[in-house]
Design a protein around this ligand. Structure first.
Ligand SMILES: [Zn+2]
Length: 270
């Protein structure tokens, strides 16, 4: 993998984000509430949230995803807002049933996700929205809806992730980070190599893989939302520039495939 200095900056936040408790249901437990989407939005955020949600639903990708989770017979998805991490968003509180199906998750949106573009290293799509004419033409609610799409991307990936793999990663990442701190950041430490084998990657690799799945969903949303061909070409070109500059080569295809499928309908000038 590529090592960027920024990766270490993210470690602290990552350890927090990835060490949220995993809660499998016990034999007789039932999900705390019925399946479908429950929106738990404080009065303070209701008006803004509705604008972002309408923006998300105005594109096919957003509408289809929303309808899928709204009618899901098993998964209870909660969407809420919070003043903590007001420009960011996150997903967690995962629960699985005994058969390994994801049955609960909570998406928490910052109360001002319509502000601040994330850094390009792990967020090449949302960051691209800050370039050129895009902020003026698209406005802030599209940025907020792209952040929602990013979280829905995490959710769809988590549904197809083996609960046991996630549990092992969540359990071992803090140990990996603790050994790194104690051994002078030597990744060749056999203890770390054993943890990497069991987790399926280093914490940074696990993190970036997850973030890039979120970002591809944000890209699908934006591809649907932006109907102006020249504007879409401009956005996709900023996205691929970010990917080429910061992402490991293995990830390029995830983004290029979306750009190519859109270009098949309306080619971008070269
Ligand atoms: Zn994310």
């Amino acid at each position: 993998m590529k090592v960027f200095p920024a990766a270490f900056v993210f470690l602290g936040a990552m350890a927090l984000a990835l060490s949220a408790p995993v809660r499998p249901l016990s034999a007789h437990a039932v999900p705390a509430r019925a399946a479908g989407i429950r929106e738990d939005i404080p009065a303070r955020d209701k008006v803004r949230y509705q604008v972002w949600k309408d923006e998300f639903l105005s594109a096919d990708t957003g509408l289809k995803e929303w309808q899928t989770y709204e009618h899901d017979p098993r998964l209870a998805l909660t969407i809420t807002t919070s003043g903590n991490n007001r420009h960011g968003a996150g997903i967690g509180d995962y629960q699985w049933d005994n058969a390994g199906h994801l049955v609960a998750a909570t998406i928490t949106l910052g109360s001002r996700i319509d502000e601040e573009y994330p850094e390009p290293v792990y967020y090449p799509v949302m960051n691209a929205l800050k370039h050129g004419e895009l902020p003026d033409v698209l406005g802030h609610s599209v940025l907020a809806a792209a952040k929602m799409a990013h979280e829905f991307g995490h959710l769809s990936k988590m549904i197809s992730t083996d609960a046991e793999v996630y549990r092992v990663q969540t359990e071992l990442i803090p140990s990996y980070n603790a050994i790194m701190r104690e051994n002078g950041r030597n990744p060749r430490d056999p203890r770390l190599q054993d943890l990497v084998r069991r987790m399926g990657g280093t914490p940074v690799e696990i993190w970036e893989d997850r973030e890039y799945w979120g970002e591809t969903n944000a890209m699908l949303y934006l591809g649907d939302r932006i109907t102006n061909g020249a504007l879409k070409c401009s956005l996709f070109s900023y996205i691929l520039k970010n990917v080429d500059a910061y992402a490991a080569k293995a990830y390029r295809n995830r983004f290029a495939a979306i750009a190519d499928s859109q270009a098949a309908q309306s080619p971008c000038p070269r």
